[in-house]
Design a protein around this ligand. Structure first.
Ligand SMILES: *Cc1c(COP(=O)(O)O)cnc(C)c1O
Length: 403
């Protein structure tokens, strides 16, 4: 029999830092107290209490999605799992899809679509820009597609699909189902599922919604649900079969054991959005992100994406020449107990602006830590000016940032 591992395998408490690092990267984001509390509770995954939870969660989510659709399904898994559910149910070997590829995350959709045997066409952006309506129209000149997949905020480069609404309406006019990845936009940027005619919208817990990783959401329109009901063959993935998942999310019966604490945490996170209201929350994020961007520029650093296409929820900053982005991030972690994100391919560092990241105390700490790290590695930065600019830009709405 194998012996238990020796003490060289540390106790968990010896692995975790005494003070958790402030998560200022592209996700996961810091969670509010009520979310953390909900996350520590386990109840029976079936029964009256859980039914009240799922019904309430769907109602809160339909507000955040701005949809009248009732077909909102929680997924045990990362946002990629919710992406996989949308793919599994709306695509297959007899289906064609147009994927708008703007970087790592939007590209992942194409990989997933290929794996279920769909006929995949990809439109790529040129440079650090979103795919345009014009490019999409061109793609339809030579073919028709059953599904179009767009990523609202491309987290890897900090670029937003600025023409999402126009692209979606155009695709719908061609009889296409429109699937959108709203992982870094839902709950933080203006988003209207019904008004924008979207058919499946995917969100992860740990980004815009401000919950923990591991429970994600897919919301389907009536058109999408009608297609799912009309499928001849069920999806190959049993766990990601939306009709089976509806047994739990619609009929309150058994599909698989739901990740109960994560579902409760998501409920609490959505409830915070209801309390704050979407309008106030969007405004807080906009002011916060704008102040951060202005401060970073005032320091002397350069933002990666053009202002016109810049994603407000994930701010990408160019790493100055001769500097190693990972070293900067490590310095910030070690000296200030604060983490920001590195990059996928580009020479950038990224700061998240989602949920609790958009609070004055977190912003001041982040900008100061970034400035000190850059200075340490020999970059000439004006930290005092950055702090003053941050203060000025937050002071335009002191009420939001003092509460
Ligand atoms: C983070 C992210 C994902 C993937 O989320 P996981 O939870 O890591 O699977 C997908 N799309 C976008 C836009 C993201 O930012």
């Amino acid at each position: 029999m194998k012996k238990p591992p020796s003490d060289s395998v540390p106790k968990l408490r010896n692995i975790l830092p005494d003070e958790p690092l402030l998560l200022m990267g592209a996700g996961p984001v810091p969670i509010a107290g009520s979310v953390s509390q909900a996350n520590s509770v386990v109840i029976n995954h079936l029964g009256d209490t859980m039914s009240k939870v799922t019904i309430g969660l769907q109602k809160l989510a339909s507000y955040v999605y701005q949809t009248d659709s009732e077909k909102i399904i929680g997924v045990a898994g990362p946002a990629s799992g919710a992406m996989e559910m949308a793919i599994a149910n709306l695509l297959g070997s007899n289906r064609s899809v147009l994927v708008l590829d703007m970087g790592t995350f939007s590209h992942r959709w194409a990989e997933m679509a290929e794996r279920v045997g769909a006929e995949v066409t990809v439109v790529k952006n040129k440079g650090i820009k979103p795919v345009s309506l014009e490019q999409v129209k061109k793609a339809y000149e030579s073919a028709d597609y059953d599904v179009l997949i767009a990523t609202h905020g491309e987290t890897s480069s900090g670029v937003i699909l600025s023409e999402l609404q126009e692209i979606s309406k155009f695709a719908k006019s061609k009889g296409c189902l429109v699937v959108v990845d709203a992982v870094t936009s839902l709950g933080v940027l203006p988003f209207y599922m019904d008004d924008w005619s979207l058919d499946a919208v995917v969100a992860g817990g740990q980004k815009g919604l401000g919950s923990i990783p591991g429970v994600s959401l897919v919301a389907y329109s009536i058109d999408a649900w009608n297609y799912i009901e009309s499928r001849e063959k069920p999806p190959a993935q049993w766990c990601y079969d939306s009709k089976l998942a509806w047994k739990f999310w619609g009929d309150h019966g058994y599909h698989y054991t739901a990740p109960v604490p994560g579902v409760l945490a998501l409920y609490a996170a959505l409830d915070l959005i209801r309390e704050e209201t979407l309008e106030s929350r969007w405004e807080r994020h906009q002011i916060s992100s704008n102040a951060l961007q202005k401060a970073v520029e005032a320091m002397g650093l350069v933002l990666f994406a053009e202002e016109e296409y810049r994603l407000q929820s994930v701010v990408a900053i160019k790493v100055p020449e001769g500097v190693n982005g990972d070293e900067v991030r490590n310095f910030m972690a070690k000296s200030f107990s604060l983490e920001i994100s590195g990059a996928f391919g580009h020479d950038i560092i990224r700061i998240g602006q989602m949920g609790e990241q958009c609070r004055a105390h977190n912003l001041f700490k982040t900008v100061y830590a970034l400035g000190m790290a850059m200075q340490y590695y020999g970059v000439e930065v004006d930290i005092s000016k950055a702090m003053a600019v941050l203060e000025e830009n937050l002071a335009i709405d002191p009420e939001t940032f003092l509460t």
